[in-house]
Design a protein around this ligand. Structure first.
Ligand SMILES: CC(C)(COP(=O)(O)OP(=O)(O)OC[C@H]1O[C@@H](n2cnc3c(N)ncnc32)[C@H](O)[C@@H]1OP(=O)(O)O)[C@@H](O)C(=O)NCCC(=O)NCCS
Length: 220
């Protein structure tokens, strides 16, 4: 059997973040070493300093080897679904990437390919479905549920009993009040507090920062 390696799927900014989190998972004995990345746009990391993460080609033409394991390294749910579709039909295996600093309680249920970046947490009896991404420092409180392929950007607080649908894109720094429901395919803008349920497909945002004053240059 060939040696296992982890392949990141997508060569953008999130791939570079995941490179570090995956390497720390490997150091902790949780995942095989990072062996490279795939991107149909070419060697997008050329010029960056990631010598041990070579470009392995595009996703379209890629054939999984027996030791290959995959992490979907893109943010948008639609992109995750598309890349998953291409690779899953060829038998690709998607382990969970749970950073050693993340807290996943014994009674939390995590699906295939779930990503937990540093400092994220899944509370008691939460259900985090397949290919959900928790970026850094996010929390799911007791009994919260998150549907498949949903992406949660950094510093998001999902409080107790919240139910988030599938394919939802949540911006950074969002707080959900307890038991709020978010329908499938919704988008939640960065920096807001969600205090009413959001219907499927809707885009919700609040609280823009307002400019109180600007410093004018002294005319003298
Ligand atoms: C809410 C959001 C989805 C809207 O995107 P969009 O449909 O492209 O909307 P636009 O950027 O055209 O902005 C539309 C209006 O909403 C305002 N707006 C956009 N995002 C906002 C936000 N998060 N909070 C408050 N106001 C926002 C814009 O200023 C603009 O106002 P105007 O019409 O008065 O000029 C997007 O701005 C957002 O917040 N995305 C999350 C980004 C993020 O956190 N990514 C994670 C890291 S990758």
């Amino acid at each position: 059997m060939s040696k296992e390696r982890l392949i990141l799927v997508g060569g953008g900014g999130f791939c570079r973040e995941l490179y570090f989190w995956a390497s720390e998972c490997h150091a902790a004995g949780r995942l095989p070493p990072v062996g490279g990345y795939l991107d149909d746009a070419g060697d997008t990391l050329m010029g960056f300093d990631y010598p041990d993460m070579p470009w392995l080609g595009g996703v379209e033409a890629h054939e999984p080897g027996s030791g290959d394991r995959y992490v979907l390294a893109v943010g948008h749910p639609r992109a995750k679904r598309a890349l998953h579709g291409l690779l899953a039909t060829r038998g690709a295996i998607f382990p969970r990437l749970i950073h050693p600093s993340a807290r996943v309680l014994r009674t939390a249920a995590l699906g295939e390919g779930v990503i937990f970046c540093p400092g994220s947490a899944a509370g008691p009896d939460t259900k985090i479905n397949r290919f959900v991404t928790f970026n850094a420092v996010c929390g799911a409180g007791h009994d919260a549920q998150v549907g498949e392929f949903t992406t949660i950007s950094s510093a998001v607080d999902i409080t107790g009993g919240v139910q988030i649908g599938k394919d939802v894109m949540i911006g950074s720094g969002v707080t959900f009040l307890p038991r709020i429901k978010v329908g499938d395919g919704a988008t939640i803008g960065a920096g807001c507090t969600v205090y009413r349920s959001v219907p499927a497909g809707a885009t919700a945002y609040t609280q823009p920062a307002k400019i109180l004053r600007t410093i004018r240059k002294d005319p003298s």
